[in-house]
Design a protein around this ligand. Structure first.
Ligand SMILES: *Cc1c(COP(=O)(O)O)cnc(C)c1O
Length: 366
């Protein structure tokens, strides 16, 4: 048996006629950049995220950069996030000239530890970016309370959390703005690059709308120095079709997570916990294991493909050596990253494949 880490072909087979028709529609009316298909998607995604506005952009990274720009974050400023994230979160902070400041994670949720936030805040802190890692929302209320007290905006990195809930509220509606990625492998993925900003702020929405299009609201009249970060029409059309299926796909991911739990119960493997405040959408099903490298090789030989999200925390990446963090700076992150392993996870995964994966893991530890 073969169990791929993700299987975008399997998903396409389930929605082929709708997708093909949507793409053909964009080609026939030639609205290739922004345009009607993007506007329709923006309306649908804003409604889905329970946010007033959604602006389609060309990636999750751009979404983060532009929200920081819209807030006026610049050189000399500090922005707080966690070291256990994809590098894009920190890169966005660096791209506007600011300095990333890290807060360690909670072991159980893998997300920012709110009890460690206040100590990281200085008079240079201009934003806080909690990351809803693996598809589980951060414990937002304590973070929002501290941020409100200090008058610091909170930007959600919701790039892995399409449809995830915090105390019944959607990811992307909790902070001043939410940033999403539609990279193909994400829970809601485009057929190329894509991203979005969700916000309830008219001011942020208007700024993003201009920043993504050369700082312009009216063609050839430029109010700011912006960039070209527009979402393509074909991606808007694909995303509209796929958004209709997102709830069903997220439910299937949750069922698959339950099946993994069932078949891995009673083993030495550490299983991910769903926090009481969260509805997890399992972008990643992350377990904790001993002898990880040997297990990865064993599983590969058995046809089971895994990943590590992420093997090196941001503060220990070469790109960030100039920040002068050392091993030991963020002990919880450093401790868990040596044990984490992401198992295959996608909606179309079968119970047979999950059982087979679990059986292979059991065989390895016997
Ligand atoms: C994917 C991802 C991003 C970046 O999104 P892109 O669309 O690839 O630019 C940022 N943050 C996190 C947590 C991500 O998973």
């Amino acid at each position: 048996m073969q169990v791929n880490f993700v299987d975008l072909k399997a998903q396409y087979q389930t929605i082929k006629p709708e997708i093909d028709q949507a793409i053909e529609g964009v080609i026939s009316n030639t609205a290739f950049v922004l345009g009607k298909a993007v506007e329709e998607f923006e309306k649908k995604f804003a409604t889905y995220c329970e946010a007033k506005h959604c602006l389609g952009v060309n990636s999750g990274t751009s979404a983060l950069i532009m929200v920081l720009q819209a807030l006026g974050v610049k050189e000399g400023d500090e922005v707080i996030t966690t070291p256990n994230t994809f590098i894009a979160t920190a890169e966005a902070i660096s791209q506007v000239g600011a300095k990333p400041v890290f807060v360690d994670i909670q072991e159980k949720s893998f997300n920012m530890d709110p009890t460690k936030l206040e100590k990281a805040i200085s008079n240079k802190t201009k934003a806080i970016i909690p990351v809803h890692l693996y598809g589980q929302t951060v414990d937002m209320n304590p973070i929002l309370e501290i941020a409100e007290k200090k008058k610091i905006p909170v930007i959600e990195d919701a790039c892995q959390a399409h449809g995830a809930l915090y105390k019944g509220k959607k990811a992307g509606s909790l902070g001043l703005a939410g940033c999403f990625s539609f990279y193909p492998g994400k829970n809601l993925g485009a057929y190329g690059e894509g991203g979005a900003v969700t916000t309830n702020s008219d001011e942020i929405a208007q700024k993003i709308k201009m920043l993504r299009d050369h700082g312009s609201a009216k063609k050839f009249y430029h109010e700011y120095i912006g960039n070209n970060c527009r979402l393509e029409g074909i991606q808007g059309a694909v995303l509209s079709v796929k958004l209709n299926h997102l709830e069903e796909w997220n439910d299937k991911r949750r069922k698959n997570a339950d099946l993994y739990r069932k078949y891995l119960q009673g083993t030495s493997v550490g299983l991910p916990e769903e926090m009481p405040y969260a509805k997890h959408v399992y972008h990643v099903f992350c377990i904790r294991v001993k002898d990880r490298e040997k297990l990865i090789d064993f599983l590969k030989q058995k046809g089971v493909f895994t990943n590590i999200h992420y093997p090196i925390p941001i503060h220990l990446q070469n790109a960030y050596s100039f920040l002068d963090y050392k091993k030991g700076s963020f002990p919880v992150t450093e401790w868990v990253v040596d044990e984490i392993l992401s198992l295959p996870m996608f909606a179309e995964l079968t119970e047979e494949q999950i059982k087979y994966t679990a059986d292979c893991i059991k065989e390895f530890y016997q």
